[in-house]
Design a protein around this ligand. Structure first.
Ligand code: 2P0
Length: 323
């Protein structure tokens, strides 16, 4: 065994992210290859801290929020299946995986993106691979755990290129590397419990059954390019409507699925209507929604007071206040 393959405890952090241009639909399930590129904003100190260490009793252990999990719970089973990708190559040692999420439970945000990104960093560190693997390579590896995890290796705006290669070697993310200190996000929690259908199942059901899905990959690719340009120009008046339209188009593909799939509830729509009314009165904020009922708003710092007045339940994030 070389020194690089002797496992050692390694702790890592990854921020969660919200897609401004959505990933919805895969061209390859085994490799988690997307049909379209996507672009996200990372959530600063809302994310996952994960430590991976050699186990001292010959058994695998997985904890979440300080609680030991049975190894057949979905979280533990997924984490260990992912660790096996490394163990077959680097070592077969039993591991201890400890994860703590800093995302407020009340925000109702799933954390598979930050979870798999932090786990990838921590496993790479544990197996001495951080010197040899670039962040882009780690982003590619994290994709095998969860597509959205590709985008959780950096702060700020991050783009996941769909890539064109069959083996997925060109499908990973990169940071846009720009600061937009006035950019703000607010979460409007609607349903903070587990979602009715996983995004993986929902995505696949939509691709297979929705007659509206055919138009999605090209539209999403065009949206992603336009959203990237608007971010680079810091043109919020162009960006906001594109982000909201992209999210609504994704949800439209789901509603046309057979049977219909809807993650948005009547409360989600009530919040959207309140936002649209407030916009008519001059509020400059726009919404985006993922595979869940919660509404996320994007706006600039100068609209923060108005947003809080209209939506007192908003949980505000300053994405460029790096942890
Ligand atoms: C996104 N979502 O771009 C989109 C928008 C949900 C709606 O990425 O199957 O948990 O593990 O690759 O990453 C959620 O999908 O799915 C997601 P898998 P993932 O953020």
């Amino acid at each position: 065994m070389t020194s690089a393959s002797v496992p050692k405890p390694f702790a890592a952090y990854a921020p969660s992210n919200i897609a401004l241009s959505k990933y919805w639909g895969k061209r390859d399930h085994a490799r988690n290859l997307p049909l379209n590129s996507s672009l996200s904003i990372s959530l600063a100190d809302w994310g996952s801290h994960t430590q991976v260490s050699p186990s001292d009793d010959g058994q695998d252990h997985v904890t979440l929020g300080g609680k030991e999990l049975a190894l057949d719970t979905p979280f533990a089973a997924k984490a260990l299946r992912f660790a096996d990708l490394f163990r077959t190559h680097a070592a077969s040692a039993p591991l201890r995986i400890d994860t703590n999420n800093t995302i407020p439970t009340a925000a109702g945000l799933a954390s598979s993106a930050s979870g798999f990104a932090a786990l990838t960093r921590a496993i790479c560190g544990c197996f001495g691979l951080t010197e040899t693997l670039s962040e882009a390579q780690m982003s590619l590896i994290a994709r095998l755990g969860s597509g959205s995890a590709t985008r959780s290796f950096w702060h700020g705006f991050v783009r996941w290129d769909k890539g064109t290669r069959e083996d997925g070697a060109d499908s990973f993310a990169h940071p846009l590397d720009l600061n937009w200190p006035e950019f703000r996000i607010a979460i409007l929690p609607v349903d903070v419990g587990p979602k009715s259908q996983s995004s993986r199942d929902g995505m696949n059901h939509t691709v297979v059954t929705s007659p509206l899905f055919n138009s999605w990959p090209d539209q999403a690719e065009a949206d992603c390019a336009a959203i990237e340009s608007a971010i680079k120009e810091q043109d919020f008046e162009t960006l906001g409507p594109l982000v909201e339209a992209n999210a609504l188009a994704m949800h439209a593909t789901m509603q046309a699925a057979r049977p219909a799939l809807t993650y948005l509830t009547s409360e989600s729509w009530t919040l959207l209507e309140r936002l649209w009314r407030a916009r008519q009165d001059g509020l400059r904020a726009f919404a985006t929604m993922d595979a869940g009922a919660n509404i996320k708003l994007i706006f600039l710092k100068q609209a923060a007071t108005d947003v809080m007045e209209i939506f007192p339940q908003a949980q505000m994030i300053d994405p460029f206040s790096k942890p």
